[in-house]
Design a protein around this ligand. Structure first.
Ligand code: HEC
Ligand code: HEC
Length: 212
């Protein structure tokens, strides 16, 4: 009798053990292989399948939109993408349009999507700014931005849509400074400087950021 009672429990425990073990394995595999192309086809396909729920807004190739409403995600750093999605999921970052989609994802699914996006080629046609002479924008970038933004944990801002960069900097200008170091920087920039630096940044190649 006790055998019959116990066996389903044993089986259940066994299944639970297997599931958590395979979850851990996925996580382990992903953290061991954050590099493009070495996460395995399965990992990539799972991320790709999950990304279909995002593609209507983010576009099937992850390129976002030239009008600046949606950023390019293709080829961006995995850790930055997963970090942003986790912040949105946990309501630590307030992006109302995105929130329901981030909240619907488990942390493993976030890792899979971020990995998939990091392996994509950055789009060739990124929305560019009106300023064709890069000298002033480049000077601003080298003097005011590069020290922070070349760090591994920082968002990539090169090869991003002109209108997205412009909108983001304008939005930072309206926020309380204690929320992010970026806000202090944004407040120092004039409209002309924003246009210059955003034009310069959108014209740069996006370094394929999947290494991180
Ligand atoms: C209904 C449209 C919509 C859908 C669907 C959507 N997003 Fe977004 N997403 C946005 C918008 C709009 C932004 C830009 C928000 C902003 O900058 O104010 C964004 C921004 C992002 C960002 C960048 C956040 C940052 O601050 O850098 C990531 C990463 C992202 N989305 C991933 C996803 C993923 C993954 C999915 C699918 C699970 C998804 N999105 C589904 C609209 C959408
Ligand atoms: C002191 C460090 C620091 C400096 C200097 C700095 N940034 Fe930032 N920047 C940040 C941080 C941190 C974030 C992420 C903030 C967030 O998501 O809330 C950020 C985010 C951004 C974003 C949004 C990226 C995205 O994908 O959502 C843009 C655009 C940006 N910075 C542009 C610039 C420009 C242009 C300069 C130079 C004029 C600059 N930053 C200088 C720290 C810095």
């Amino acid at each position: 009798m006790s055998k019959f009672v116990q066996s389903p429990i044993v089986i259940l425990l066994f299944i639970l053990g297997l599931t958590s073990c395979s979850d851990n394995k996925v996580h382990e595999a992903l953290s061991n292989f954050p590099y493009a192309g070495v996460g395995g086809i399965d990992t990539q396909n799972q991320g790709k399948a999950l990304f279909t729920s995002c593609a209507s807004c983010h576009m099937p190739n992850g390129s976002g939109r030239v009008d600046g409403t949606i950023p390019n995600l293709a080829g961006r750093k995995k850790t930055i993408l997963s970090g942003k999605l986790t912040q949105i999921k946990m309501s630590e970052k307030w992006l109302p349009v995105m929130a329901p989609f981030a909240k619907a994802l488990s942390s493993n699914q976030i890792e899979l999507i971020a990995f998939y996006l990091s392996t994509l080629e950055p789009p060739k046609n990124i929305g560019q700014g009106p300023i064709k002479d890069p000298s002033l924008g480049q000077k601003i970038y080298l003097n005011l931005c590069i020290d922070c933004h070349l760090l591994d944990e920082m968002p990539q801002i090169t090869g991003q849509h002109f209108r997205y960069i412009q909108r983001k900097i304008r939005e930072f200008k309206t926020m309380p400074e204690e929320l992010s170091p970026m806000i202090t920087i944004a407040k120092e920039l004039s409209e002309k400087e924003i246009t210059e630096v955003a034009s310069y940044l959108s014209a740069q190649k996006s370094p394929k950021g999947s290494e991180k």
